[in-house]
Design a protein around this ligand. Structure first.
Ligand code: HEC
Length: 214
């Protein structure tokens, strides 16, 4: 009698354990692949989920409900108040005596390191649109961005380095400014590399015309 009772208890225990194990497995994998509207249960929330305003979203905190705030009047970007002396205009605007120049600013040397840097930076910042050849059919353009002119166009072949540097600072029509991403020394290195692309892909006639010949 005692033995029977013990084995009955044993069976209940075994079944109980199986049930618990089964439920655990079911809970663990049962919800996989299903979609939920609510975030998962988060026992220790820390500060993981916080209210925030995404781009273009309204922000009811302000009376105009603008989520993307304008800078307060009179705000100046750090470092944007520029000097106007000749050396600075040369370095940043590419202008010497009021004309675009091919002369590198003081402290820069046209050597292998400089060209390698220009090539590398061109690869990072310019190829998406201008492509590695400089012909203006980069991947972004292949997906619908306004195509730039090829650097091989006679008008662009005739650009002094300073003019390219100037475009990098100010942008041009559909091309944004790269002043925030590319430090000024690199802009000259990139401009020199653009010249390399132009010379590498030219006929003697192109070079003659770019030098002002007809
Ligand atoms: C997002 C695409 C894009 C990127 C990236 C880009 N450009 Fe451009 N670029 C353009 C477009 C578009 C134009 C044509 C602008 C126009 O309509 O006159 C252009 C024009 C130019 C011109 C000719 C400007 C003129 O006066 O006609 C130069 C030079 C130039 N880019 C150099 C560069 C260099 C160097 C880089 C890399 C730092 C670069 N661009 C990166 C899109 C781009």
């Amino acid at each position: 009698m005692k033995a029977e009772l013990q084995s009955a208890q044993g069976r209940v225990l075994t079944h109980g354990l199986r049930l618990v194990a089964g439920l655990t497995v079911a809970l663990g994998i049962g919800c996989r692949g299903q979609k939920f509207d609510q975030p998962p249960i988060h026992l220790n929330p820390n500060m993981d989920q916080q209210w925030r305003v995404d781009m273009q979203e309204p922000n009811p905190h302000y009376t105009d409900e603008r989520g993307m705030r304008m800078p307060p009047a009179g705000t100046v970007v750090a470092g944007s108040l520029e000097a106007t002396d000749a050396a600075h205009t040369h370095l940043h605007e590419g202008l010497l005596d009021g004309r675009y120049t091919d002369t590198l600013p003081a402290g820069m040397t046209l050597d292998a390191t400089f060209m390698a840097r220009g090539k590398e930076r061109f690869g990072i910042y310019c190829t998406p649109c201008h492509n590695e050849t400089g012909r203006g059919d980069g991947v972004v353009v292949q997906r619908g961005y306004a195509p730039p002119q090829s650097f091989m166009e006679p008008r662009l072949r005739a650009f002094p380095l300073g003019r390219i540097v100037n475009v990098l600072k100010h942008g041009k029509a559909n091309m944004p400014s790269y002043a925030d991403q590319v430090p000024v020394q690199d802009r000259w290195a990139i401009a020199s590399y653009v010249r390399v692309l132009q010379v590498a892909q030219s006929t003697p006639q192109d070079l003659f015309a770019a030098a002002g010949g007809k």
